[in-house]
Structures are given as C-alpha cells and as structure tokens.
Design a protein around this ligand. Structure first.
Ligand code: FE2
Length: 183
C-alpha cells in the first residue's frame, strides 16, 4: 500500500512542521483536504458560490488544535476545537480561515456558512460516515443555488458521497499507517 499523502497548502504544511504535528494528524488533514477538494469541485460545478480557498484552508487545519490535545487524536474530545481556533489566530490567521478549527463539529449552529458545512461534510465523508442532518443542510444550499428540487440535489450529492465512500478503506489504512506520536 502506498502511504503517499495528498499535498497540503504550503503555508499549512509549514505551520504543522513548526508545531511538530504528529504524523497521524498531518495524514488526517491531508486526506480530509483531498475529500474537501472533491466536494468543492462538485459544488462549484453545481453552481454553488463559495470561497474555495477557505474550504481548502479549513479542511487542512480543522483539527490543528490536536497538536495541543494529542489525546484527542486517538480518543474522543472537543478541547481541540477552541484550542485550534486560538492557535491559528495567534499565528495571524484571519478569522474567516481560522473559524473552521472551532466550528467543524457544530454544523447545526445558527449562522453556519456554506464553507463550514463543506469542511464538516468532508470530515465525515473521508471515512464514509453519512450524517443525514449535515447532508440536508448542504442539500438546502445546493437546491437554493441551482433552483433544483431538493430530492434532485440530494441524489446528486448522494452519488458523490457514495463514490467518495468507496475509497474510505484506503484512506483509513493510509491514516492508520502514520504514527500518533512524533519522532
Ligand atoms: Fe477531522
């Protein structure tokens, strides 16, 4: 099995190196980033307007707070969310790019942006986890942007997520091949 990772944005790769991020975390961010690209490509093709760079940056950094809470790499926990946001802000990352680190698990909140929904969706789809309420929120945005019926937008998104899901075992294996600890 090849464990070559998809590329991260160069500034994010530099930051992760400076933080001595665990290889498992770098792998996770790269793999979610790859899936976010596929989702963004699809949504752009459907006519959805959004900040593609923000989705790219958000997917590549959403779990960066786990550099401060490495126990949340192998166990549950949400302390990495606020920590990741604070960490990015302290490195001068603007709010519209830093927000994903805090928001990636709270897509039901009022005022959630389409970019945040797409990052949250990628963070589930990479391992073929289907989350109906999250998908419904994305379908709402797609239907509004295209004027299509919701069921039609859902079927198109479902096709994409099914195709992405077929690759999930490979991504899980690649991630697992990267150690939780640095060094
Ligand atoms: Fe994640």
């Amino acid at each position: 099995m090849t464990t070559t990772l998809p590329p991260l944005p160069p500034d994010v790769a530099d930051l992760l190196r400076a933080l001595d991020a665990p290889p498992r975390l770098v792998a996770h961010l790269a793999l979610v980033g790859e899936v976010a690209e596929r989702i963004a490509e699809f949504c752009a093709g459907e006519g959805l307007a959004f900040d593609r760079e923000a989705v790219r940056y958000g997917a590549a950094t959403h779990d960066i707070g786990k550099t401060a809470h490495p126990e949340e790499l192998s166990g549950p926990g949400s302390r990495h969310e606020a920590a990741g946001h604070a960490l990015l802000r302290s490195h001068g990352v603007p709010e519209h790019l830093a927000r994903f680190a805090r928001s990636h698990a709270s897509w039901g909140e009022p005022g959630v942006t389409v970019e945040e929904l797409l990052v949250s969706l990628a963070d589930k789809a990479w391992k073929n986890k289907r989350v109906r309420d999250l998908e419904d929120l994305v379908v709402d945005r797609l239907a509004a942007a295209t004027g299509r019926e919701r069921w039609e937008a859902f079927l198109a998104l479902d096709d994409l997520l099914t195709a992405i899901g077929e690759d999930a075992p490979r991504r899980l294996a690649v991630q697992a091949a990267h150690p939780v600890r640095t060094g």
